[in-house]
Design a protein around this ligand. Structure first.
Ligand code: SF4
Length: 406
């Protein structure tokens, strides 16, 4: 494969995506658990073959950036040696599972999300007929504890509850309860039902929420052989802050989800056991003493949950991404400083309509277009803008004045 020809693809490590600063390779780390040795080796690869920058994605994947085309084969060989690559791009694409990061340390967890995620990934890979699933089709495995995944998008959600597993579909508010030993088989049956039912619609829906909207969740459950009564599950939002020092672990945030090879190396050197990558732009370090937090702050990690940078999302923008006509992160940083962090992302700066940094609705979304910015209020990048073609300077003036006229 000539990796440089692959564009507009959700990147993997087997099938990277070309960006303005070179190839992007996304590693899918099972359950987000990364051994320190492996983390150090990834940092070395990122430095040797890429621009030394890595991104923690919205599903907890770790992206290497700026890999040169000519080095792709060498990178593949090193990542294979580390046991990080799937057999092929199809296997990698279907292994799209996010799990709660700290099941083994969280006393409120109802069970081990990591083990279930691992079994589910293995089953997804071995069922080759599931390679037909759309690239973004994914699962979440929530341990039911205080690090819940309610905020993480997933087509099929598995949540450990006190005496079983609750299964729900994106776009539906109800769930079916099953036995833990059925969970993997049920998850696969739902994927097959999705493929079958979606193929009967023209054009076929690409995500579960769209299929649910068209035919209803009950039909999909029934096609999967699930006919038990559906109930509204308890949807507990994440109950804890991720950033800071806690009994049993330390959590550090990454501005815009970005860290460099040196920072990854430092985390691996300090971590007593392993690193836990989360889908929340944060890395957790089980067992790390609280007095090491200042050292992590010095190294550029976000160590306070009140840091305003945590309340903004921004994609890499120009010049890193060829689809962007504006610089995004400097602007987002300046705007973040103008408003306190009220513990939720209120601003999204997106280099284009694709909205790579967030698919959620935010109070303010700025979308780059032809060198200017469209301003969307209470929406997503694809929603109709309230204003168009605003310069970055004018946006900053608007923010400073605190006025957004609807
Ligand atoms: S949203 Fe940002 S990173 Fe994604 S394609 Fe557009 S400019 Fe590039």
């Amino acid at each position: 494969m000539n990796a440089s020809l692959v564009r507009g693809w959700c990147p993997g490590a087997r099938r990277p995506m070309q960006s303005g600063d070179g190839l992007i390779l996304r590693l899918r780390i099972t359950g987000g658990r990364l051994a320190c040795e492996t983390a150090r080796a990834i940092a070395a690869v990122a430095k040797r073959y890429g621009n030394g920058e890595l991104d923690l994605g919205r599903r907890g994947g770790l992206q290497l950036r700026g890999i040169r085309d000519d080095d792709f084969a060498a990178v593949e060989a090193e990542l294979t040696e580390l046991g990080l690559l799937d057999v092929d791009a199809g296997a990698e694409a279907v292994r799209n599972v996010v799990a709660s990061p700290l099941s083994d340390f969280d006393e409120t967890a109802e069970g081990d999300a990591f083990m279930l995620a691992k079994q589910l990934e293995a089953a997804l890979v071995s069922d080759t007929s599931l390679r037909a699933l759309p690239g973004k089709f994914g699962y979440s495995v929530d341990d039911g504890g205080c690090f819940g995944l309610t905020e993480v998008p997933a087509d099929v959600r598995l949540r450990l509850v006190n005496d079983g597993v609750s299964v729900s579909l994106d776009g539906d508010i109800q769930a079916i309860k099953i036995q833990p030993e059925e969970a993997v088989a049920v998850a696969l049956r739902l994927a097959h039902a999705f493929l079958d039912l979606a193929s009967r619609i023209d054009p076929p829906p690409r995500r579960m929420a769209a299929l649910v909207a068209q035919i209803g969740a009950e039909t999909i459950f029934a096609a999967s052989g699930l006919v038990s009564e559906r109930v509204v599950p308890v949807r507990r939002p994440r109950a804890v802050q991720l950033i800071g020092a806690f009994p049993g672990h330390v959590g550090v945030g990454l501005s815009f989800g970005r860290l460099d090879a040196g920072q990854l190396h430092l985390l691996a050197d300090l971590a007593p056991s392993d690193l836990r990558l989360t889908p929340f732009r944060a890395v957790l370090l089980p067992g790390l003493p609280a007095d090491l937090l200042p050292r992590l702050a010095e190294a550029g990690f976000v160590t306070s949950p009140d840091d305003p940078i945590l309340a903004v999302a921004a994609c890499p923008g120009a010049p890193a991404c060829g689809s962007a006509s504006i610089e995004t992160r400097g602007l987002a940083r300046r705007l973040a400083a103008l408003r306190p962090n009220d513990h939720g992302i209120w601003l999204h700066v997106s280099g284009c309509e694709k909205g790579c940094a967030s698919s959620a609705t935010h109070a303010v979304t700025l979308v780059g277009r032809d060198g200017g910015l469209d301003l969307v209020l209470d929406g997503r990048p694809t929603d109709p803008p309230h204003r168009t073609g605003v310069s970055p300077e004018a946006v900053e003036a608007l923010f400073r004045s605190g006025t957004f006229e609807k």
